[in-house]
Structure formats: structure tokens, C-alpha cells
Design a protein around this ligand. Structure first.
Ligand code: ADP
Length: 596
């Protein structure tokens, strides 16, 4: 039966250890509680189990003997071996009879009697507690052993709680980190940002300074270096070595073959003890341990994250690998999207650059054409000018001859000269038209406004065409409405030119005995002049081209095809309008309006 005071101590210890979160504090309370319960004991020590199966001194009741240096190897200590095998406490009342404990320790600690109890947490041995004397046997009672066992049970529960707490805290921390990483990656739009974020979280997750990303080329089955964040090698050096010396391919490298084909992370704590990695490459970068995680997007591996450890080996826990895989999964989607977008951006850029270049070319072409056009207009202008002078001279000569100033001429000579005179007149008109056109094209054409009597101008026009009218036996009528007034403000010479152009077209395209009418009236605040004929008219399908430069309905030799184009431009320079209506075989109405 446990004594009341032992219960009290147990209760007290429970209270204390439940208010502690640090394992070392709890174990201290624990060994001290046992020491105060088992008064005959000189030393109470807690030994922690290590991964290699040995036990290291961790907490003792007496600091005068530092047990933290002590190592117990069950292989050499059959007492400990028995405790571990049976998973139960054991007590040696007299070490001179029961010789299971290690001689060195027995002598060092002057152990006469010893109690050993395994600390089992979650079905696994967590440590061992030793209670022993220092030269004077303890003679423990059954009850004292039971009380100590009760203390050990108590501490087992406490350790279990701590572990649970640590695990949960770890899990929550990791989940938070993953959540942060996901958030940050979803906000990373460029490849650069995604990589930066991935590197940051991978480093936080593994505590490593080195993270690299390869891209997998499915076609060539090669692993290409993409980006790296490293303290031991520059990205350029890393890439150069990969391209020139290492040249990773899944057909040559078992490690990458496994990562790519099985779509799973591979962790190797000692690369030289494992046949899969490329040992030469590991040597080159001083790699001792490796963690490689595939980057999978849309169910395809398009690359991998590699987290190496340089200079010394390290172990990777399953939880850590899984966690890194989670970050890699989020990275993969973000990275695949960013690479895709940037490639698109790149091709759009290339496309718009091409377009820009094409535009430059086009602009150049337009400039060249403009220049050629100018050259052409200049050429026409020069040519017309050069032609006009001798034509005028010839005309003068013909006029002098016809006036018989230089001597009498016979009838046939006069006829010849008259024909020559008409041809010269026509030629001169055409040259003048060309000259006007060239001037307009070059923008060198200017209007000279004046207030003039338009009735008088119409009279002048009819007078000029009089002989042509008579020759064709045409009827000419002039109708001037009263509302038209008497004067208008415009460039008189040009308005006369337009009227003459329309009149001569009408005469030209109206058969003998036809009728030509000139009408003048006000329309919408503008002075309107119409030239109406009963001529051949213009076929419907040809009408749309009538004002186009050099256009002629029948490609007749007579004329330049410029008259109407020039007239239109002249009217428009006046801020007016020119139009026509025509019916084939019936006649045409050409009309223009100039604001008064
Ligand atoms: P052109 O110097 O050849 O007369 P225009 O520009 O004055 O050049 O006229 C262009 C073409 O329009 C003419 O060649 C002719 O075919 C047609 N045209 C112009 N006026 C008339 C009209 N009154 N009747 C019939 N066809 C006409």
C-alpha cells in the first residue's frame, strides 16, 4: 500500500508537471520528486534513448555528479538489456552477487544496489530511470519500488502530452506555413516572383540555404537547370556546369528517372551510399544529402525542386518531405502558369515587334511613295512649264502668220494654219491642266479671291466656246434666276476654268443639234451653276470614277482625264461641292455650288 505522503507527493508532482511545457523542466521535477521519496537513494538519473539505441544521461537529482556525459550501451550492459526486453523495472539489491551492470559504472558510482525502470511513451521506450546508492545499499521495500513506478507512469503521461502538444503545434505551424506559401504563390504572377516565393518557403521548411529548380524536357528526356538560390554557387556557374559537364538525362540518371516517372519525392541522406544519384555531379557541388521533389502540373512532371545539403549528411523526416512536396505542388501550378503566360507575353512581344518593324517598313515605303509622287508632280510641273513656253511661242508665230502680217497666204495655207492653231490651242489647254494638277498635288496651288460679276463671267465662257457650239449646230441657253443676284466672291479665273471645263465636256459629248443649258441659281445659301446637256451620258457603272484623276470613260485620245478631277479639287478649295446626274443616251447635268 502506498502511504498518504507518497500520494501527496505524486499529486504535487502531477500538478507541477502539468503546468510545465518543457521536457527538461518536467524531468527535473520528476527526478527530484523520486529522490525526496526514496531517501536512501544517492542518485536518481534519467537517461534518454538516442536514435542509435544507446542512452545518454539527461537529468539527475544531484548536480555534483554530472550524468550528462554518461552513455549507457545496452549491448554492454545486460541489466539495461533485460529492462528493455521485459519492458519492466528491475532491482538489484546487491551488485556483488548480481553482476549484470557494467563494471566501469559500478566502480565509478560505487553502486551497491540499483533500481532501473523503463519510461515507455506511446508503446516505445523513451528512456530509463536509475535509482541507486553511492557505496551504501538502499534496501528498497516493495512499496518504494511501486511508488517509484507510479512516478514513472506519471511522467510517461506528461511526456506523451508534451509530444502531442509539440506535434500539434508543429502541424499547426506547418499548416500555417503552407497556407502562407499558397497565398504568396497565388499572388505571384511572374516567373521571377514564383521562384522567389518558392525558394523562400522551401528554405523555411527545410532550414536549407540551397534550393534549385530544374525543368524537364519531355522531348529530349533531359533535365535542364532553370534557377537556383544558393550560397555556395552562382546561378551562372551552376548552369554552365550542368550544360557543359553534367548534362542530366533521365536515361542516364536513375535518381531523376525515379522522380520523373514515379512522380514522387526522393530523399537520400548519404548520396555516396546510394547507387541512384550521379556521384560525379554531387562531388562537383560538394553535395552530401539530397531531396528532390517533382513539379507536377496537369498530371505531368515539368521539372523538379532540388534541396541539397552540402558538406555533411542529414536525415529527412517523412513529414518534412511531405511538407516540401505540398509546397512544390502549389509552386508547380503557379510556375507552370507563369511560364506559360510569360512565353505568351514573349511571343506577343515578338509579334508586336515584328509588327512594329513591318510598320517601320511600311512607313518608309509610304515616305518613299510620297517622295516619288512629289517627284512625279515636280516632273509634270517642270515638263508642263517647259512645254508651255515653246507652245506659246509656236502659237504666237501661227497667229502672226494667220494675220498675214508677214505676207499674203493662199486658202490652203490658211486652212493648214487654222488646223495648226486649233491643235496648238488644245495642246496648250492640256499642258495647262497638267500644270494645275501638278501644282495642286504639291499643295502649291492658291486661290485668289475677288468679288466679281458672274453673269459677265458666264458670258465670257459662252463666248469662248461659241465657235465650237456653232460648229456642232448646238443650241445654247442661259437661265439666270433672279435670286442669284449679280455678283459672287471666289477665284474668278478658277470658276471660269471649271465652267469652261464643264461646257467643253458637254460640247464634246453631245452630238450635233443637241442642246446645252447653263443655269445659275441660289441653293442652300450657295451660288449654284448647272451645265445641262442632251449628250451621250455616262454609263451607270462608270459614274463612280468620273472625278478620278486621269479617268476617261472611253479612253479617248482627246483630253487628259484630269478636267473633272481638277474641277472637283478647285470647288472643294472654295469650300463648295460638285456633283452630276447622268443617263446613258439621254444626257448629263453637272452642277457646282460655291458659298456666296
Ligand atoms: P477629259 O479631259 O477626258 O474630258 P474629264 O475629267 O473632264 O476629262 O472627264 C472625264 C471623263 O468623263 C470624260 O473622258 C468622259 O468620258 C466623261 N464625261 C465628262 N463629262 C461628260 C458629259 N457631259 N457627258 C458625257 N461624258 C462626260
Amino acid at each position: 500500500m502506498m502511504e498518504l505522503k507518497s500520494f501527496k507527493k505524486l499529486f504535487l508532482m502531477t500538478k507541477v508537471i502539468n503546468s510545465q511545457f518543457e521536457l527538461s523542466d518536467i524531468l527535473q521535477v520528476f527526478v527530484d520528486a523520486i529522490a525526496s521519496e526514496i531517501t536512501q537513494a544517492d542518485l536518481v538519473g534519467f537517461f534518454l534513448k538516442q536514435p542509435d539505441g544507446t542512452f545518454i544521461g539527461y537529468k539527475g537529482n544531484k548536480m555534483s555528479i554530472d550524468i550528462t556525459e554518461l552513455l549507457i550501451d545496452p549491448q554492454k550492459d545486460s541489466f539495461v538489456r533485460d529492462i528493455l526486453e521485459r519492458r519492466a523495472s528491475d532491482y538489484i539489491g546487491d551488485t556483488s552477487i548480481d553482476e549484470r551492470i557494467d563494471d566501469d559504472k559500478k566502480l565509478l558510482m560505487k553502486i551497491q544496489s540499483i533500481l532501473g525502470i523503463p519510461v515507455i511513451v506511446n508503446d516505445a521506450v523513451f528512456g530509463v530511470v536509475f535509482v541507486h546508492d553511492f557505496g551504501k545499499p538502499m534496501n528498497l521495500t516493495r512499496e518504494q519500488i511501486e511508488v517509484t513506478e507510479a512516478f514513472v507512469n506519471m511522467v510517461s503521461v506528461a511526456i506523451h502530452n508534451i509530444q502531442m502538444f509539440e506535434n500539434t503545434k508543429n502541424l499547426v505551424d506547418k499548416q500555417q506555413l503552407l497556407l502562407d506559401a499558397t497565398k504568396a504563390l497565388s499572388k505571384s504572377l511572374s516567373v521571377r516572383e514564383v521562384l522567389k516565393t518558392c525558394f523562400h518557403y522551401m528554405k523555411r521548411a527545410t532550414g536549407s540555404d540551397e534550393v534549385g529548380i530544374h525543368l524537364y524536357n519531355e522531348k529530349d528526356r533531359t533535365i535542364e537547370p532553370y534557377h537556383i538560390s544558393s550560397v555556395s554557387v552562382t546561378e551562372e556557374e551552376w548552369k554552365n556546369r550542368h550544360r557543359e559537364e553534367i548534362k542530366l538525362s533521365i536515361d542516364k540518371d536513375k535518381l531523376f528517372y525515379e522522380v520523373v516517372t514515379e512522380k514522387k519525392a526522393v530523399a537520400i541522406s548519404d548520396v555516396y551510399a546510394d547507387p541512384r544519384p550521379d556521384h560525379r555531379a554531387c562531388e562537383m557541388f560538394n553535395i552530401k544529402s539530397l531531396l528532390i521533389i517533382p513539379l507536377v502540373a496537369k498530371d505531368r512532371v515539368f521539372g523538379d525542386v532540388v534541396i541539397p545539403t552540402m558538406h555533411k549528411c542529414r536525415e529527412y523526416e517523412q513529414g518534412e518531405i511531405e511538407f516540401c512536396q505540398s509546397i512544390a505542388d502549389v509552386t508547380a501550378t503557379a510556375l507552370a502558369n507563369a511560364i506559360h503566360t510569360e512565353n505568351l507575353d514573349y511571343s506577343v512581344n515578338v509579334r508586336s515587334m515584328e509588327l512594329q518593324q513591318a510598320n517601320f517598313k511600311l512607313e518608309g515605303l509610304v515616305k518613299e511613295l510620297e517622295y516619288l509622287n512629289e517627284l512625279k508632280s515636280d516632273f509634270i510641273a517642270t515638263l508642263s512649264h517647259e512645254l508651255r513656253t515653246p507652245i506659246t511661242a509656236v502659237k504666237g508665230t501661227v497667229d502672226i502668220l494667220r494675220k498675214e502680217v508677214l505676207g499674203k497666204l493662199n486658202d490652203s495655207q490658211l486652212d493648214l494654219l487654222e488646223t495648226a492653231g486649233k491643235s496648238i490651242e488644245r495642246l496648250l489647254n492640256q499642258v495647262n491642266e497638267l500644270l494645275d494638277f501638278a501644282k495642286m498635288e504639291n499643295g502649291k496651288f492658291e486661290l485668289t479671291y475677288s468679288e466679281f460679276d458672274f453673269e459677265e463671267m458666264i458670258r465670257e465662257a459662252t463666248h469662248i466656246v461659241d465657235s465650237l457650239i456653232n460648229k456642232k449646230k448646238l443650241e445654247l441657253a442661259v437661265e439666270i434666276h433672279a435670286d442669284a443676284g449679280k455678283t459672287m466672291r471666289a477665284d474668278r479665273e478658277r470658276i471660269l476654268q471649271i465652267l469652261l471645263n464643264l461646257l467643253s465636256n458637254s460640247i464634246k459629248f453631245t452630238p450635233q443639234r443637241g442642246k446645252i443649258t447653263i443655269k445659275a441659281y441660289m441653293e442652300a445659301g450657295g451660288m449654284t451653276i448647272e451645265v445641262i446637256d442632251t449628250g451621250i451620258g455616262i454609263p451607270m457603272e462608270k459614274q463612280k470614277n468620273i472625278f478620278t484623276k486621269f479617268y476617261q470613260v472611253n479612253n479617248q485620245i482627246n483630253g487628259t482625264g484630269l478636267g473633272l478631277a481638277i474641277s472637283k479639287q478647285l470647288i472643294e478649295m472654295h469650300g463648295g461641292k460638285i456633283s452630276f446626274e447622268s443617263t446613258e443616251g439621254e444626257g448629263s447635268i453637272f452642277k457646282f455650288t460655291v458659298m456666296k
